[in-house]
Design a protein around this ligand. Structure first.
Ligand code: NAD
Length: 495
Protein backbone atom coordinates (compact mmCIF):
# COMPACT_ATOMS: atom_id res chain seq x y z
CA UNK A 1 0.00 0.00 0.00
CA UNK A 2 1.43 3.38 -0.94
CA UNK A 3 -1.20 5.77 0.38
CA UNK A 4 -1.20 7.23 3.83
CA UNK A 5 -4.27 5.96 5.73
CA UNK A 6 -6.93 8.65 5.65
CA UNK A 7 -9.93 8.81 7.91
CA UNK A 8 -10.36 12.51 7.53
CA UNK A 9 -11.72 15.16 5.22
CA UNK A 10 -10.98 15.33 1.55
CA UNK A 11 -10.54 18.12 -0.97
CA UNK A 12 -11.16 18.18 -4.71
CA UNK A 13 -8.78 18.92 -7.52
CA UNK A 14 -10.54 20.61 -10.42
CA UNK A 15 -9.76 21.21 -14.07
CA UNK A 16 -9.05 24.98 -14.16
CA UNK A 17 -10.39 25.28 -17.71
CA UNK A 18 -13.78 23.73 -16.92
CA UNK A 19 -14.09 23.30 -13.12
CA UNK A 20 -14.72 19.59 -13.75
CA UNK A 21 -13.76 17.32 -10.88
CA UNK A 22 -10.44 15.56 -11.54
CA UNK A 23 -10.14 13.76 -8.21
CA UNK A 24 -10.62 13.86 -4.43
CA UNK A 25 -7.72 13.54 -2.01
CA UNK A 26 -7.34 13.34 1.75
CA UNK A 27 -6.45 16.38 3.85
CA UNK A 28 -3.68 14.84 5.91
CA UNK A 29 -3.33 15.99 9.50
CA UNK A 30 -0.11 16.51 11.45
CA UNK A 31 -0.53 12.99 12.89
CA UNK A 32 -0.86 11.47 9.41
CA UNK A 33 2.22 13.32 8.26
CA UNK A 34 4.20 12.16 11.31
CA UNK A 35 3.12 8.57 10.62
CA UNK A 36 4.23 8.86 6.99
CA UNK A 37 7.63 10.18 8.07
CA UNK A 38 7.97 7.32 10.57
CA UNK A 39 7.25 4.79 7.81
CA UNK A 40 9.72 6.59 5.57
CA UNK A 41 12.40 6.28 8.22
CA UNK A 42 11.96 2.52 8.18
CA UNK A 43 12.19 2.45 4.42
CA UNK A 44 15.17 4.82 4.31
CA UNK A 45 17.60 2.30 5.86
CA UNK A 46 16.50 -0.40 3.45
CA UNK A 47 16.77 1.94 0.44
CA UNK A 48 20.21 3.21 1.52
CA UNK A 49 21.25 -0.43 1.94
CA UNK A 50 20.58 -1.13 -1.74
CA UNK A 51 23.67 0.92 -2.55
CA UNK A 52 24.22 3.09 -5.59
CA UNK A 53 23.91 0.25 -8.09
CA UNK A 54 20.72 -1.18 -6.56
CA UNK A 55 19.07 2.23 -6.41
CA UNK A 56 20.20 3.16 -9.91
CA UNK A 57 18.61 -0.02 -11.22
CA UNK A 58 15.24 0.81 -9.60
CA UNK A 59 15.38 4.45 -10.69
CA UNK A 60 16.17 3.47 -14.26
CA UNK A 61 13.23 1.06 -14.20
CA UNK A 62 11.03 3.88 -12.88
CA UNK A 63 12.33 6.06 -15.72
CA UNK A 64 11.19 3.33 -18.12
CA UNK A 65 7.68 3.36 -16.64
CA UNK A 66 7.57 7.18 -16.83
CA UNK A 67 8.69 7.06 -20.45
CA UNK A 68 6.31 4.34 -21.62
CA UNK A 69 3.33 5.93 -19.86
CA UNK A 70 4.28 9.58 -20.38
CA UNK A 71 1.11 10.29 -22.35
CA UNK A 72 -1.03 9.01 -19.48
CA UNK A 73 0.82 11.19 -16.96
CA UNK A 74 0.54 14.15 -19.34
CA UNK A 75 -3.22 13.64 -19.35
CA UNK A 76 -3.30 14.06 -15.55
CA UNK A 77 -1.06 17.15 -15.78
CA UNK A 78 -3.32 18.57 -18.48
CA UNK A 79 -6.46 17.89 -16.43
CA UNK A 80 -5.12 19.46 -13.23
CA UNK A 81 -3.22 22.47 -14.64
CA UNK A 82 -5.02 23.05 -17.93
CA UNK A 83 -1.72 23.25 -19.84
CA UNK A 84 -1.72 21.79 -23.37
CA UNK A 85 -0.90 18.09 -23.56
CA UNK A 86 2.27 18.78 -25.60
CA UNK A 87 3.59 21.14 -22.92
CA UNK A 88 2.89 18.53 -20.25
CA UNK A 89 4.89 16.04 -22.33
CA UNK A 90 7.78 18.49 -22.51
CA UNK A 91 8.13 18.76 -18.74
CA UNK A 92 7.78 14.99 -18.35
CA UNK A 93 10.56 14.40 -20.90
CA UNK A 94 12.85 16.75 -18.97
CA UNK A 95 12.03 14.96 -15.71
CA UNK A 96 12.81 11.59 -17.31
CA UNK A 97 16.20 12.84 -18.48
CA UNK A 98 17.00 14.22 -15.01
CA UNK A 99 15.94 10.99 -13.28
CA UNK A 100 18.23 9.01 -15.56
CA UNK A 101 21.15 11.41 -14.97
CA UNK A 102 20.73 11.34 -11.19
CA UNK A 103 20.59 7.52 -11.19
CA UNK A 104 23.61 7.20 -13.45
CA UNK A 105 25.82 9.75 -11.72
CA UNK A 106 25.04 9.37 -8.01
CA UNK A 107 27.83 6.84 -7.43
CA UNK A 108 30.45 8.96 -9.20
CA UNK A 109 29.44 12.19 -7.45
CA UNK A 110 28.68 10.87 -3.96
CA UNK A 111 30.86 7.78 -3.67
CA UNK A 112 33.96 7.58 -1.47
CA UNK A 113 37.00 9.47 -2.75
CA UNK A 114 40.50 10.00 -1.45
CA UNK A 115 41.62 13.51 -0.55
CA UNK A 116 45.24 14.62 -0.12
CA UNK A 117 46.15 14.48 3.59
CA UNK A 118 48.77 17.25 3.42
CA UNK A 119 52.37 17.22 4.57
CA UNK A 120 51.70 17.62 8.30
CA UNK A 121 49.31 14.64 8.28
CA UNK A 122 51.01 12.61 5.59
CA UNK A 123 50.80 9.46 7.71
CA UNK A 124 47.02 9.52 7.21
CA UNK A 125 44.69 8.42 4.42
CA UNK A 126 41.86 10.95 4.03
CA UNK A 127 38.53 10.10 2.41
CA UNK A 128 35.20 11.79 1.92
CA UNK A 129 31.90 10.28 0.89
CA UNK A 130 28.38 11.67 0.73
CA UNK A 131 25.91 9.67 2.79
CA UNK A 132 22.10 9.89 2.64
CA UNK A 133 20.40 12.33 5.01
CA UNK A 134 17.58 9.88 5.81
CA UNK A 135 14.09 11.21 5.09
CA UNK A 136 13.62 14.21 2.81
CA UNK A 137 10.37 16.18 2.76
CA UNK A 138 9.50 17.73 -0.62
CA UNK A 139 6.85 20.44 -0.97
CA UNK A 140 5.99 21.28 -4.56
CA UNK A 141 4.12 23.85 -6.65
CA UNK A 142 1.51 23.30 -9.36
CA UNK A 143 3.01 25.09 -12.36
CA UNK A 144 5.34 22.25 -13.43
CA UNK A 145 3.96 19.51 -11.20
CA UNK A 146 6.28 16.83 -12.63
CA UNK A 147 9.50 18.58 -13.60
CA UNK A 148 9.80 20.86 -10.57
CA UNK A 149 9.35 18.44 -7.65
CA UNK A 150 11.21 15.69 -9.52
CA UNK A 151 14.30 17.93 -9.39
CA UNK A 152 14.27 17.24 -5.66
CA UNK A 153 12.58 13.80 -5.56
CA UNK A 154 14.75 11.98 -8.13
CA UNK A 155 17.99 13.46 -6.81
CA UNK A 156 17.08 12.79 -3.16
CA UNK A 157 16.18 9.18 -4.01
CA UNK A 158 19.38 8.68 -6.02
CA UNK A 159 21.37 9.96 -3.04
CA UNK A 160 19.79 7.20 -0.92
CA UNK A 161 16.99 9.01 0.93
CA UNK A 162 13.34 8.14 1.42
CA UNK A 163 10.98 10.92 0.33
CA UNK A 164 7.67 12.22 1.66
CA UNK A 165 6.12 14.48 -0.96
CA UNK A 166 3.44 17.11 -0.40
CA UNK A 167 2.29 18.24 -3.86
CA UNK A 168 0.40 21.45 -4.46
CA UNK A 169 -3.30 21.28 -3.59
CA UNK A 170 -3.90 22.03 -7.29
CA UNK A 171 -2.02 18.96 -8.54
CA UNK A 172 -2.42 16.08 -6.06
CA UNK A 173 -3.38 13.66 -8.85
CA UNK A 174 0.00 14.16 -10.52
CA UNK A 175 1.74 13.41 -7.22
CA UNK A 176 -0.40 10.31 -6.73
CA UNK A 177 0.56 9.09 -10.21
CA UNK A 178 4.26 9.56 -9.48
CA UNK A 179 4.09 7.74 -6.13
CA UNK A 180 2.03 4.85 -7.52
CA UNK A 181 4.31 4.36 -10.51
CA UNK A 182 7.39 4.35 -8.24
CA UNK A 183 5.76 1.70 -6.05
CA UNK A 184 5.53 -0.55 -9.13
CA UNK A 185 9.33 -0.71 -9.30
CA UNK A 186 9.95 -0.49 -5.54
CA UNK A 187 7.12 -2.54 -4.00
CA UNK A 188 9.09 -3.68 -0.93
CA UNK A 189 9.01 -0.53 1.21
CA UNK A 190 7.39 2.92 1.32
CA UNK A 191 10.46 4.69 0.00
CA UNK A 192 8.44 7.40 -1.75
CA UNK A 193 5.11 8.49 -0.23
CA UNK A 194 2.69 11.32 -0.69
CA UNK A 195 0.77 13.42 1.81
CA UNK A 196 -1.90 15.78 0.53
CA UNK A 197 -3.67 18.88 1.75
CA UNK A 198 -3.17 22.61 2.00
CA UNK A 199 -0.60 24.81 3.72
CA UNK A 200 -1.16 23.19 7.13
CA UNK A 201 -0.20 19.78 5.77
CA UNK A 202 2.97 21.31 4.33
CA UNK A 203 3.73 23.03 7.64
CA UNK A 204 3.24 19.70 9.42
CA UNK A 205 5.81 18.12 7.10
CA UNK A 206 8.29 20.86 8.08
CA UNK A 207 7.77 19.96 11.75
CA UNK A 208 7.68 16.16 11.33
CA UNK A 209 11.37 15.54 11.94
CA UNK A 210 12.48 15.15 8.33
CA UNK A 211 16.21 15.47 7.76
CA UNK A 212 15.81 18.13 5.08
CA UNK A 213 12.93 20.02 3.56
CA UNK A 214 13.07 20.85 -0.15
CA UNK A 215 10.57 23.55 -1.02
CA UNK A 216 9.56 24.94 -4.39
CA UNK A 217 6.98 27.71 -4.46
CA UNK A 218 6.55 31.40 -3.77
CA UNK A 219 9.02 33.44 -1.68
CA UNK A 220 6.22 34.29 0.80
CA UNK A 221 5.61 30.60 1.54
CA UNK A 222 9.36 29.95 1.50
CA UNK A 223 9.73 32.32 4.47
CA UNK A 224 7.02 30.40 6.37
CA UNK A 225 8.77 27.13 5.57
CA UNK A 226 12.07 28.44 6.91
CA UNK A 227 10.39 29.69 10.08
CA UNK A 228 8.71 26.32 10.68
CA UNK A 229 11.90 24.39 9.94
CA UNK A 230 13.92 26.69 12.22
CA UNK A 231 12.05 25.27 15.23
CA UNK A 232 13.85 21.96 14.79
CA UNK A 233 16.94 23.21 12.92
CA UNK A 234 15.74 21.25 9.90
CA UNK A 235 17.82 22.35 6.89
CA UNK A 236 15.91 23.76 3.95
CA UNK A 237 16.32 24.13 0.21
CA UNK A 238 14.29 27.02 -1.17
CA UNK A 239 13.43 27.23 -4.88
CA UNK A 240 11.27 30.32 -5.05
CA UNK A 241 9.98 32.74 -7.67
CA UNK A 242 11.69 35.00 -10.16
CA UNK A 243 11.42 38.11 -12.31
CA UNK A 244 13.72 36.96 -15.05
CA UNK A 245 15.14 39.37 -17.59
CA UNK A 246 16.14 38.81 -21.21
CA UNK A 247 18.82 41.10 -22.68
CA UNK A 248 19.05 41.87 -26.40
CA UNK A 249 22.39 43.26 -27.53
CA UNK A 250 23.01 45.37 -30.62
CA UNK A 251 24.51 42.44 -32.54
CA UNK A 252 21.86 39.90 -31.52
CA UNK A 253 19.87 37.75 -33.92
CA UNK A 254 16.78 39.90 -33.41
CA UNK A 255 14.31 37.44 -34.90
CA UNK A 256 15.55 34.59 -32.72
CA UNK A 257 15.56 36.84 -29.66
CA UNK A 258 11.98 37.97 -30.30
CA UNK A 259 10.78 34.42 -30.82
CA UNK A 260 12.52 33.30 -27.62
CA UNK A 261 11.13 36.26 -25.65
CA UNK A 262 7.57 35.40 -26.66
CA UNK A 263 7.97 31.70 -25.93
CA UNK A 264 9.90 32.35 -22.71
CA UNK A 265 7.28 34.83 -21.54
CA UNK A 266 4.06 33.24 -22.74
CA UNK A 267 4.52 29.46 -22.73
CA UNK A 268 2.64 27.71 -19.92
CA UNK A 269 0.60 30.94 -19.85
CA UNK A 270 3.58 32.66 -18.24
CA UNK A 271 3.34 30.44 -15.17
CA UNK A 272 7.02 29.55 -15.24
CA UNK A 273 9.43 30.36 -12.40
CA UNK A 274 12.21 30.82 -14.98
CA UNK A 275 9.91 32.46 -17.55
CA UNK A 276 10.89 35.73 -19.19
CA UNK A 277 9.05 38.65 -17.57
CA UNK A 278 11.21 41.68 -18.50
CA UNK A 279 13.15 42.46 -21.68
CA UNK A 280 15.92 45.08 -22.06
CA UNK A 281 16.83 45.88 -25.65
CA UNK A 282 19.69 47.93 -27.10
CA UNK A 283 18.22 51.11 -28.58
CA UNK A 284 19.65 50.40 -32.03
CA UNK A 285 17.63 47.19 -32.42
CA UNK A 286 14.69 48.14 -30.21
CA UNK A 287 12.21 48.98 -32.97
CA UNK A 288 12.88 45.88 -35.05
CA UNK A 289 12.79 43.67 -31.94
CA UNK A 290 9.49 45.11 -30.72
CA UNK A 291 7.94 44.76 -34.19
CA UNK A 292 8.94 41.09 -34.34
CA UNK A 293 7.67 40.38 -30.80
CA UNK A 294 4.31 41.89 -31.69
CA UNK A 295 4.12 39.84 -34.89
CA UNK A 296 4.85 36.58 -33.03
CA UNK A 297 2.78 37.30 -29.90
CA UNK A 298 -0.31 38.23 -31.94
CA UNK A 299 -0.55 34.61 -33.10
CA UNK A 300 -0.44 33.14 -29.61
CA UNK A 301 -3.84 32.47 -28.07
CA UNK A 302 -5.00 31.23 -24.69
CA UNK A 303 -7.92 28.79 -24.71
CA UNK A 304 -9.16 25.32 -23.91
CA UNK A 305 -9.41 24.16 -27.54
CA UNK A 306 -6.77 22.11 -29.33
CA UNK A 307 -5.67 25.10 -31.44
CA UNK A 308 -4.75 27.25 -28.44
CA UNK A 309 -1.05 27.41 -27.62
CA UNK A 310 -1.55 28.27 -23.96
CA UNK A 311 -4.05 27.16 -21.36
CA UNK A 312 -5.82 28.77 -18.43
CA UNK A 313 -4.38 30.41 -15.35
CA UNK A 314 -4.27 27.40 -13.04
CA UNK A 315 -4.67 29.25 -9.74
CA UNK A 316 -7.72 31.55 -9.93
CA UNK A 317 -6.24 33.99 -7.38
CA UNK A 318 -3.41 34.80 -9.81
CA UNK A 319 -5.82 36.47 -12.27
CA UNK A 320 -6.21 39.50 -9.98
CA UNK A 321 -2.43 39.89 -9.66
CA UNK A 322 -1.94 39.80 -13.44
CA UNK A 323 -4.77 42.28 -13.90
CA UNK A 324 -3.31 44.62 -11.27
CA UNK A 325 0.12 44.56 -12.94
CA UNK A 326 -1.30 45.36 -16.39
CA UNK A 327 -3.65 48.08 -15.07
CA UNK A 328 -0.89 49.71 -13.04
CA UNK A 329 1.51 49.67 -16.01
CA UNK A 330 -1.10 51.29 -18.27
CA UNK A 331 -2.12 53.85 -15.64
CA UNK A 332 1.50 54.93 -15.30
CA UNK A 333 2.16 55.63 -18.96
CA UNK A 334 2.77 52.15 -20.31
CA UNK A 335 1.30 51.05 -23.61
CA UNK A 336 0.00 47.62 -24.55
CA UNK A 337 1.06 46.65 -28.09
CA UNK A 338 -0.60 43.24 -27.75
CA UNK A 339 -3.36 42.42 -25.27
CA UNK A 340 -3.83 44.94 -22.47
CA UNK A 341 -6.57 45.83 -20.04
CA UNK A 342 -9.05 43.36 -21.56
CA UNK A 343 -6.59 40.48 -21.75
CA UNK A 344 -7.57 39.07 -18.36
CA UNK A 345 -10.69 36.96 -18.53
CA UNK A 346 -12.37 34.68 -16.02
CA UNK A 347 -9.98 31.79 -16.61
CA UNK A 348 -7.67 32.75 -19.45
CA UNK A 349 -5.24 35.62 -19.98
CA UNK A 350 -4.38 36.59 -23.54
CA UNK A 351 -0.75 37.47 -24.35
CA UNK A 352 0.11 41.02 -23.40
CA UNK A 353 3.18 42.99 -24.51
CA UNK A 354 3.83 46.21 -22.61
CA UNK A 355 6.27 49.02 -23.46
CA UNK A 356 7.18 52.34 -21.81
CA UNK A 357 6.43 50.88 -18.38
CA UNK A 358 8.17 52.70 -15.49
CA UNK A 359 10.88 50.57 -13.89
CA UNK A 360 9.37 50.98 -10.42
CA UNK A 361 5.94 49.64 -11.40
CA UNK A 362 4.57 46.29 -10.21
CA UNK A 363 4.78 44.82 -13.72
CA UNK A 364 8.57 45.29 -13.64
CA UNK A 365 9.30 44.59 -9.98
CA UNK A 366 6.90 41.82 -8.86
CA UNK A 367 6.51 38.30 -10.25
CA UNK A 368 3.49 38.52 -12.59
CA UNK A 369 3.20 34.80 -13.42
CA UNK A 370 1.05 35.48 -16.45
CA UNK A 371 1.61 35.67 -20.24
CA UNK A 372 2.95 39.21 -20.15
CA UNK A 373 6.21 40.89 -21.16
CA UNK A 374 7.54 44.35 -20.45
CA UNK A 375 10.04 45.62 -23.02
CA UNK A 376 12.36 48.55 -22.24
CA UNK A 377 14.88 50.40 -24.42
CA UNK A 378 18.44 50.78 -23.07
CA UNK A 379 21.36 52.89 -24.31
CA UNK A 380 23.85 50.06 -23.90
CA UNK A 381 24.33 46.68 -22.29
CA UNK A 382 25.74 48.19 -19.07
CA UNK A 383 22.37 49.80 -18.50
CA UNK A 384 20.66 46.52 -19.40
CA UNK A 385 22.72 44.58 -16.84
CA UNK A 386 22.16 47.22 -14.17
CA UNK A 387 18.39 47.18 -14.69
CA UNK A 388 18.19 43.38 -14.90
CA UNK A 389 20.11 43.11 -11.63
CA UNK A 390 17.98 45.71 -9.87
CA UNK A 391 15.60 43.11 -8.47
CA UNK A 392 15.14 41.33 -5.20
CA UNK A 393 14.87 38.12 -7.21
CA UNK A 394 17.72 36.35 -8.96
CA UNK A 395 16.55 33.08 -10.45
CA UNK A 396 17.49 32.95 -14.15
CA UNK A 397 18.09 35.22 -17.14
CA UNK A 398 18.82 35.15 -20.87
CA UNK A 399 21.18 37.10 -23.12
CA UNK A 400 21.03 37.40 -26.89
CA UNK A 401 24.37 38.63 -28.18
CA UNK A 402 26.88 37.41 -30.76
CA UNK A 403 30.07 38.82 -29.25
CA UNK A 404 29.40 39.52 -25.58
CA UNK A 405 27.12 36.67 -24.51
CA UNK A 406 29.45 35.09 -21.96
CA UNK A 407 30.59 38.40 -20.48
CA UNK A 408 27.03 39.65 -20.00
CA UNK A 409 25.78 36.30 -18.71
CA UNK A 410 28.47 36.28 -16.01
CA UNK A 411 27.55 39.79 -14.89
CA UNK A 412 23.89 38.92 -14.33
CA UNK A 413 22.97 38.25 -10.71
CA UNK A 414 21.07 35.02 -11.25
CA UNK A 415 21.55 31.35 -10.57
CA UNK A 416 21.26 30.40 -14.25
CA UNK A 417 21.58 32.23 -17.57
CA UNK A 418 20.99 31.09 -21.15
CA UNK A 419 22.91 32.64 -24.02
CA UNK A 420 21.09 32.89 -27.37
CA UNK A 421 18.24 30.78 -26.00
CA UNK A 422 15.80 30.68 -23.09
CA UNK A 423 15.53 28.20 -20.22
CA UNK A 424 18.22 26.05 -21.91
CA UNK A 425 19.94 25.25 -18.58
CA UNK A 426 16.85 23.35 -17.35
CA UNK A 427 17.33 20.73 -20.06
CA UNK A 428 20.96 20.08 -19.13
CA UNK A 429 20.88 17.65 -16.18
CA UNK A 430 24.50 18.28 -15.20
CA UNK A 431 23.82 21.98 -14.51
CA UNK A 432 22.71 23.10 -11.04
CA UNK A 433 19.35 24.88 -10.81
CA UNK A 434 18.48 27.49 -8.19
CA UNK A 435 18.55 31.17 -7.39
CA UNK A 436 19.87 33.98 -5.22
CA UNK A 437 18.07 36.62 -3.14
CA UNK A 438 14.33 36.07 -2.82
CA UNK A 439 14.55 33.37 -5.48
CA UNK A 440 15.95 31.13 -2.77
CA UNK A 441 19.09 29.15 -2.11
CA UNK A 442 20.46 25.65 -2.49
CA UNK A 443 20.50 23.77 -5.77
CA UNK A 444 18.63 20.95 -7.46
CA UNK A 445 20.01 19.11 -10.55
CA UNK A 446 23.57 18.19 -11.37
CA UNK A 447 26.32 17.28 -8.92
CA UNK A 448 25.26 20.10 -6.65
CA UNK A 449 21.70 18.76 -6.61
CA UNK A 450 22.86 15.32 -5.55
CA UNK A 451 25.08 16.75 -2.81
CA UNK A 452 22.17 18.86 -1.58
CA UNK A 453 20.55 15.63 -0.35
CA UNK A 454 23.60 14.08 1.26
CA UNK A 455 25.94 14.77 4.14
CA UNK A 456 29.67 14.78 3.58
CA UNK A 457 31.37 12.23 5.78
CA UNK A 458 35.09 12.82 6.33
CA UNK A 459 37.36 10.03 7.58
CA UNK A 460 41.05 10.31 8.49
CA UNK A 461 42.75 6.91 8.90
CA UNK A 462 46.21 6.70 10.41
CA UNK A 463 48.33 4.48 8.20
CA UNK A 464 51.50 4.48 10.30
CA UNK A 465 52.77 6.19 13.41
CA UNK A 466 54.27 9.61 12.67
CA UNK A 467 57.74 10.56 13.90
CA UNK A 468 56.19 13.71 15.43
CA UNK A 469 53.09 12.91 17.47
CA UNK A 470 51.20 16.08 18.37
CA UNK A 471 47.99 14.70 19.83
CA UNK A 472 49.39 13.44 23.11
CA UNK A 473 50.17 14.95 26.54
CA UNK A 474 53.53 13.21 26.38
CA UNK A 475 54.55 15.56 23.56
CA UNK A 476 57.96 17.09 24.22
CA UNK A 477 59.25 20.64 23.86
CA UNK A 478 61.60 19.32 21.19
CA UNK A 479 58.64 18.09 19.14
CA UNK A 480 56.96 21.50 19.45
CA UNK A 481 60.13 23.25 18.30
CA UNK A 482 60.54 20.90 15.32
CA UNK A 483 56.93 21.44 14.29
CA UNK A 484 57.29 25.22 14.61
CA UNK A 485 60.36 25.08 12.34
CA UNK A 486 58.55 22.89 9.84
CA UNK A 487 55.57 25.23 9.69
CA UNK A 488 57.84 28.24 9.21
CA UNK A 489 59.55 26.43 6.39
CA UNK A 490 56.22 25.55 4.80
CA UNK A 491 54.22 28.74 5.32
CA UNK A 492 56.49 31.47 6.65
CA UNK A 493 58.17 32.70 3.48
CA UNK A 494 55.50 34.86 1.89
CA UNK A 495 55.25 38.40 3.26
P1 NAD B 1 2.96 28.41 -3.09
O1 NAD B 1 4.07 29.00 -2.31
O2 NAD B 1 1.62 29.02 -2.96
O3 NAD B 1 2.77 26.86 -2.71
C1 NAD B 1 3.80 25.92 -2.85
C2 NAD B 1 3.54 24.75 -1.93
O4 NAD B 1 3.65 25.18 -0.58
C3 NAD B 1 2.17 24.12 -2.06
O5 NAD B 1 2.30 22.72 -2.01
C4 NAD B 1 1.43 24.65 -0.84
O6 NAD B 1 0.40 23.82 -0.39
C5 NAD B 1 2.55 24.69 0.17
N1 NAD B 1 2.31 25.60 1.30
C6 NAD B 1 1.53 26.70 1.35
N2 NAD B 1 1.61 27.29 2.57
C7 NAD B 1 2.45 26.53 3.31
C8 NAD B 1 2.94 26.61 4.64
N3 NAD B 1 2.57 27.60 5.46
N4 NAD B 1 3.80 25.67 5.07
C9 NAD B 1 4.20 24.68 4.25
N5 NAD B 1 3.76 24.54 2.98
C10 NAD B 1 2.90 25.46 2.51
O7 NAD B 1 3.46 28.40 -4.60
P2 NAD B 1 2.65 27.95 -5.89
O8 NAD B 1 1.61 28.97 -6.20
O9 NAD B 1 2.23 26.54 -5.78
O10 NAD B 1 3.80 28.01 -7.00
C11 NAD B 1 4.13 29.17 -7.70
C12 NAD B 1 5.40 29.78 -7.19
O11 NAD B 1 6.43 28.80 -7.25
C13 NAD B 1 5.90 30.92 -8.04
O12 NAD B 1 6.41 31.94 -7.22
C14 NAD B 1 7.01 30.27 -8.87
O13 NAD B 1 7.96 31.18 -9.36
C15 NAD B 1 7.58 29.34 -7.88
N6 NAD B 1 8.34 28.27 -8.54
C16 NAD B 1 9.69 28.23 -8.37
C17 NAD B 1 10.44 27.25 -9.00
C18 NAD B 1 11.93 27.16 -8.81
O14 NAD B 1 12.49 26.13 -9.13
N7 NAD B 1 12.61 28.17 -8.31
C19 NAD B 1 9.80 26.30 -9.79
C20 NAD B 1 8.42 26.37 -9.95
C21 NAD B 1 7.70 27.36 -9.30
Amino acid sequence: MTAVEAKQDTFDSLNPATDELVGSHPIHTADDVAAAVARARDAADWWAGLGFAGRADRLQRWKGVLTRRAAQLAEVVHAETGKPHADAMLEIILAIDHTSWAAKNASKVLGRKRRPAGLLMSNHAATVEFLPLGVVGVIGPWNYPVFTPMGSIAYALAAGNAVVFKPSEYTPGVGRWLVDSFAEVVPERLVFQQVTGFGETGAALCRAGVDKLAFTGSPATGKKIMAACAETLTPVLIEAGGKDALLVDVDADVEAAADAAVWGGMSNAGQTCVGVERVYVHEKVYDSFVAKVVEVAKDVRAGADAGAQIGPITMPGQLKIIQRHIADALARGGRALVGGADAVGERFVQPTVLVDVPEDSAAVREETFGPTLTIAKVADMDEAVEKANDSRYGLAAAVFSKRRGMELARRLRSGMTSINGVISFAGIPSLPFGGVGESGFGRIHGQEGLKEFARPKAIARQRFKAPLVLTTFSRTAKTDATVAKLVTLLHGKRR
